[in-house]
Design a protein around this ligand. Structure first.
Ligand code: COA
Length: 389
């Protein structure tokens, strides 16, 4: 029997909005009230008082770590941050002018080949893979960046955390504490977000009982797209296109009149202010003030006002993260990878949750194609001009 005849509720082009694919105890979004919790903890409390490493621990072990647990956890990450030589060789071999997200996807896929325990599905092996993946994302990206610049990759700094190491391995200079903290808060805000597209991609792959590297590779591919993680790069391109404050209103009107989407606005779940945008707006203003230029955040705020006045759309997480990263000096092509550096912790948590209570994710499609088509032997078929041109 075809899928359509027994499909209970064809979804059409609804993009699965509102569909519930399973249970999770990792994070929850209240889209009406603009609230986000990780394992019951409010995102604002975590952003103001925790670190990214604490949040990763929270997601994987269901509680915030004690001081000694945290120290041990950070030491495990630190011990796994260096890239295997074979992986660095892969990064040297792939085209230097690719996007960093493509390089990251390729490197994570290769990493699975170098892990002799790739198919060990025990909880211990899962944690080991989650640690390795979370530890090496910044190292992969910084190494790819430097190789592309014809520079030697820099080894991770043993006493710096995830955020500071990412900045350090780009330049070789230990970042000042405030810059590292700003990036750290951004990582906290991006760590998990319910059943978003990349997390869904990860758990679909995990649900086949494929390995964690494959699941995370799927997720990276999904995050790359401009409707998901790629939007933060689009925001900075838009700001550059606008150029000056006095052009913002006319630019927004022109885009909306042309029915073009403006990156950094709208959300599939939030129908209120994205709580991550609240935090990032605060940080963007602080970073701008301490860098001595608030041009980008001021223009962003004006854009927020103009879009609200015309279209009643709220900003999402990507709107203000763009000016934060730009002011920190992170190259634009590395904005989405920063998202990935954080979200890998959430992806791994969801993959482990999926493995713990697995059911193959296998939805159905509403078949809208032809039926009862008469079979024609190859010798009697007409040429299709689309294929011969
Ligand atoms: N700019 C302009 N208009 C937008 C918009 C945006 N960023 N986001 C949504 N809209 C408009 C749509 O054009 C549509 O208008 P219409 O009803 O007049 O046709 C309406 O709002 C609903 O849009 P839709 O795409 O159906 O909403 P959605 O909830 O399915 O989409 C997104 C969610 C994220 C895909 C969408 O808001 C978007 O593309 N945003 C830009 C990309 C982005 O910032 N992504 C990061 C998400 S965290």
């Amino acid at each position: 029997m075809s899928d359509v005849l027994s499909a209970p509720q064809p979804m059409g082009q609804t993009g699965l909005r509102g569909a519930v694919v399973g249970d999770t105890s990792l994070s929850s979004i209240n889209g009406e009230e603009g609230k986000l919790i990780y394992r019951g903890l409010d995102i604002h409390d975590l952003a103001r008082s925790s670190t990214f490493e604490e949040v990763a621990y929270l997601l994987w072990f269901d509680a915030l770590p004690s001081r000694s647990n945290l120290d041990a956890f950070c030491a495990k990450l630190s011990a796994r941050r260096s890239l295997p030589d074979k992986l660095t060789a892969v990064l040297r071999d792939i085209p230097a002018d690719g996007t960093p997200m493509d390089a990251l996807r390729t490197a994570v896929s290769a990493l699975g080949l170098f892990d002799p325990n790739v198919n060990d599905m025990s909880r211990e092996a899962q944690i080991e893979k989650a640690l390795t993946l979370t530890a090496v994302f910044p190292s992969i990206l910084a190494a790819y960046y430097r190789i592309a610049q014809r520079l030697e990759p820099i080894a991770p700094h043993p006493s710096l955390g995830t955020a500071a190491n990412f900045l350090y391995m780009f330049t070789g200079s230990v970042p000042d504490e405030s810059a590292a903290r700003v990036l750290d808060v951004s990582l906290i805000l991006h760590a998990d977000h319910g059943m978003n597209a990349s997390t869904f991609a990860a758990i679909v792959t995990a649900s086949t009982l494929s390995d964690m590297y494959s699941a995370i590779t799927s997720a990276i591919g999904a995050l790359k797209g401009p409707l998901h993680g790629g939007a933060n790069e689009g925001v900075i391109h838009n700001l550059q296109d606008v150029g000056e404050m006095q052009n913002v209103d006319a630019w927004v009107t022109r885009k909306l009149n042309a029915h073009e989407k403006i990156m950094g606005f709208g959300h599939a779940v939030y129908k209120a202010y994205d709580p991550r945008a609240t935090e990032l707006k605060r940080i963007a203003k602080e970073v701008g003030a301490s860098a001595g230029t608030t041009k980008w955040v001021d223009m962003t705020e004006r854009m927020e006002q103009a879009v609200w006045n015309t279209k009643r759309l709220y900003p999402n997480v990507d709107l203000y993260s763009a000016s934060v990263y730009y002011t920190l000096g992170i190259p634009t092509a590395y904005f989405t990878p920063v998202f990935a550096i954080s979200r890998v912790s959430g992806w791994c948590a969801h993959v482990m949750e999926q493995y713990a209570d697995n059911k193959l994710l296998r939805p159905r499609a509403n078949y809208v194609g032809a039926r009862g088509v008469e079979y024609v032997p190859v010798a009697e078929r007409k040429d299709d001009v689309r294929l011969l041109s």
